[in-house]
Design a protein. Sequence first.
Length: 95
Amino acid sequence: MRTNLKRCVWVVALTLGLGITGGTARLAASPAAQDQHDQDYSKNKNYQLGMRDGRDDGAHNRDHSRKRNFKKDQDQKDYEVGYQAGHQGNSPDHK
């Protein structure tokens, strides 16, 4: 009976320890995901190209008149973010 009680205490302690460790790891990882959305695009040429295309299409009431393809997924995403900002008229302070 005493052995079962010790085993239960160890199982509970181990479970709590793993739960706390997993929660801490999850909290430590969350700021990295947030940094991706707060990226500085001031010198990103693909973002700036998208911004110019978006502004031009917005001024002429067009929607994605140019289809640009990039080798890297991140380059395509940067262009799309710039295009959407330019098309909606959200122009940042940097040029």
